[in-house]
Design a binder for this molecule. Structure first.
Ligand SMILES: Nc1nc2c(ncn2[C@@H]2O[C@H](COP(=O)(O)OP(=O)(O)OP(=O)(O)O)[C@@H](O)[C@H]2O)c(=O)[nH]1
Ligand SMILES: [Mg+2]
Length: 698
């Protein structure tokens, strides 16, 4: 059956690792009748942890799409991994949903990943709810967790469900909106059944009900008046007020439960179906047309069909799967859509909804819905699809830059192509994983968010495809430049018999401002060298600049001027001038105080306050310069610094070790800066050793 836009809900489950997202989702699907028996994460049979690596490790490593019907609504769920290495999949889920459901462990309280995800949600002004999980565990405490949330997020969560007891005496939940109790089912495989609220929880319910009514009335003058007059709100008004407040991101509803025990699921589903915003409430995306003009584009069933590819999965059996969200109009099978990036039409075959790995064919997907299609080779994540040849595109997903890089090669050179192919495939599936060939250092460099993510990908290559690979710390892309002016001349001469070669050039060189790269000026007066030879001379300079005289790294920020020269009527050629120019440039460079430059990175580190001292002293040990620090909420401090790339090659591993896995950082290139003394000597030695090794290999 097709669901119209108002009947669709998209919900992303997110939170710190192991807070119970996958287990909760499994029981939501069970409660909704999408599956007949809930499985445990340990069994490796849950709907959303279905990939081989997830089953082996018993944690989620990819975004998984599921759906179910509840009270006439189609609820699409995206289960996301808790490990920060897979943040790319969480961000794509946040973009695609209207409501984020953040899980907080009732025993551990708000943990570091949840704080980071909260900041991501803040950036997007995304409506969100909190599910306080695992309340059946000893020492789990609903009220203490609410207090922790208030302290860390500076926002009071309003309970929509309340727990009845906790730990070993956990007896189920109370639905505050509907005034019902859901006693704890006798096992996780039993459905919840509503009953009267037990007398012992009557006053707690009354109190929570008053608080919920007040939250529903706030921000709506009419409702507030009703509430102040009658001292309470009708059921209908509570639903209306909460819907508006959540869509506008004014309230933070909180839920209680224990997913594994199937407790708290029914009331949560009621809320999602009846109160959570429909896709139409999604904050519009900014799209750009072919003229570069920006406009807002929200979900709208009345406009011609538009869809955005949100994820690509390359499956061994089903081939390429492209998940997309329909933004406007509706989509039916075998439609031709225009792919804006490729500027060509693409036939979309069958349409599906995913239930984990199971694909269920659908006859139609309306605006706001999430579905997928298979085997359309031309589709990539972030592609905009339109019905006509409309030229506008959604902005690509904004993801953090990779922070951990490795150089990789196949042990057997013949397998290098196959290895690269698998790496590029992995990069298509997870956009936070990148592959590039560095022509300068002659290395294939892979980079990502952390060791776990990279190891997962390497695992697929090593054991999956049986390709032996070697990894090592990538080489740093050093540069060379000059520090003063110089003057030199060079004559290339080979005139022994037959057709000879002759060219002579005289150069002045001088340093350019950092980042200017290259300049050339012809200062010859009187035609000592014909204009026709100038391109050859410039080619020679470029060639010489590819490998400088200090350690063979590319030369930057040098201006070269030809001031004089000489040519021979027969023996001069472009080739001869190229050779002469190369020689003159190298001679000039030797006299111009050549130095090595190293890349300096801008670094933003996020750590809990208690680690601040350690982080600062570690950074100064890495030749880092700290430019500022400020608290960013949740007890986290942001430290801004600059440090040489060479000192940061293992930073993602070291930072995690220093902060028990809680620290994180962002990094981007800033500028090149000169190095000297022992540091420069070591770089030169390493470059020489590398060159010897390369020559031996050839
Ligand atoms: N006691 C209890 N244990 C639970 C509950 N929910 C989940 N667990 C257990 O907690 C562990 C983690 O559960 P998952 O559902 O995999 O948690 P997750 O948030 O999906 O984990 P990641 O995807 O790896 O971030 C598993 O061993 C579950 O059996 C619960 O309600 N009560
Ligand atoms: Mg999970």
């Amino acid at each position: 059956m097709a669901f119209t836009t108002d009947l669709i809900r998209n919900v992303a489950l997110a939170g710190h690792g192991g807070t119970g997202k996958t287990s909760l989702l499994e029981h939501l699907l069970f409660t909704g009748g999408a599956i007949s028996k809930p499985e445990t994460v340990d069994s490796g049979k849950t709907v959303s942890d279905y990939m081989e690596d997830e089953i082996a490790r018993k944690i989620s490593l990819h975004a998984a799409f599921c759906h179910m019907e509840w009270r006439g609504k189609n609820i699409n769920f995206i289960d996301t991994p808790g490990s920060s290495d897979f943040v790319g999949d969480v961000i794509l889920a946040f973009r695609s949903c209207e409501t984020a459901l953040l899980l907080v462990d009732g025993k551990s309280g708000v943990q570091i990943e949840t704080i980071k995800l909260w900041r991501e949600l803040e950036k997007r002004e995304k409506p969100r709810c909190i599910f306080i999980s695992k309340l059946d565990e000893e020492r789990a405490d609903f009220d203490a967790t609410l207090a922790d949330i208030k302290e860390k997020f500076k926002m009071s969560a309003v309970p929509v469900t309340l727990p009845m007891g906790g730990g070993s005496s956990f007896k189920g939940v109370i639905d505050v909106v509907n005034g019902k109790a859901y006693p704890l089912p006798s096992s996780g495989e039993q459905k919840e059944a509503a009953s009267e609220i037990p007398a012992e929880f009557a006053s707690a319910f009354q109190e929570a009900r008053a608080r919920l009514s007040e939250a529903a009335a706030e921000g709506d003058d009419e409702l507030m008046e009703k509430y102040l007059e009658a001292g309470e709100l009708s059921q209908e008004d509570i639903v209306k007020g909460l819907s508006e407040a959540l869509a506008a991101n004014r309230i933070l509803p909180a839920f209680a439960g224990a997913g594994l025990r199937n407790s708290g699921c029914a009331a949560l589903l009621d809320f999602l179906a009846e109160i959570a915003p429909s896709p139409m409430a999604l904050k519009p995306e900014v799209v750009k047309n072919s003229k570069g003009e920006e406009m807002e584009f929200g979900v709208d069933p009345s406009k011609p069909t538009t869809a955005l590819v949100i994820r690509t999965q390359i499956d061994q059996f089903s081939g390429r799967l492209s998940f997309f969200k329909v933004f406007s109009g509706k989509l039916t099978p075998d439609t031709e859509l225009f792919n804006v990036r490729e500027n060509k039409k693409e036939k979309i075959g069958k349409l599906y909804r995913a239930q984990g790995k199971k694909l269920e064919e659908v006859p139609e997907l309306c605006a706001g819905d999430i579905g997928l299609t298979s085997k359309v080779a031309g589709l990539k994540t972030n592609d905009t699809l339109t019905l006509h040849e409309e030229q506008f595109a959604f902005a690509p997903l904004r993801l953090p830059q990779p922070v951990h890089a490795l150089a990789i090669s196949a042990v057997n050179k013949k397998e290098e192509d196959k290895m690269s192919e698998l790496l590029y495939k992995a990069a298509e599936e997870d956009l936070t994983f990148q592959v590039r060939f560095d022509s300068e250092t002659k290395e294939t460099v892979i980079s990502g968010m952390g060791e776990l993510q990279i190891n997962m990908i390497l695992e697929k290559i090593k054991t999956g495809a049986k390709i032996a690979v070697e990894t090592r710390t990538p080489r740093v892309a050093y540069r060379e430049t000059i520090t003063k002016k110089a003057h030199a001349e060079y004559t290339h001469k080979k005139q022994t018999g037959g057709h000879g070669q002759y060219a002579r050039v005289v150069f002045d060189i001088e340093p350019l401002e950092r980042g200017k790269q290259y300049e050339f000026e012809n200062k010859i007066f009187g035609g000592a060298v014909s204009k026709g030879f100038i391109p050859g001379i410039e080619k020679g300079i470029h060639q010489a600049m590819e490998a400088g005289v200090v350690a063979g790294y590319p030369v930057v920020d040098v201006k070269t001027m030809i001031v004089d020269g000489k040519e021979h009527p027969v023996d001069s050629s472009e080739m001869a001038f190229k050779i002469a120019a190369r020689g003159a440039f190298r001679e000039c460079m030797r006299q111009a105080g050549p130095v090595l430059l190293e890349p300096i990175m801008n670094l933003t580190v996020f750590v809990e306050e208690k680690y601040l001292g350690d982080i600062m002293s570690d950074l100064s040990g890495r030749r880092g310069r700290i430019s500022g620090q400020q608290p960013v909420g949740g007890g986290i401090v942001e430290v801004k610094a600059q440090a040489p790339q060479a000192e940061l090659l293992r930073y993602s591993i070291d930072l995690r070790a220093m902060t028990s896995g809680t620290g994180s950082f962002e990094v981007e290139f800033s500028h090149y800066s000169p190095i000297s003394g022992k540091i420069a000597e070591d770089v030169i030695k390493a470059a020489q050793a590398f060159r010897i090794q390369e020559e031996e290999e050839e």
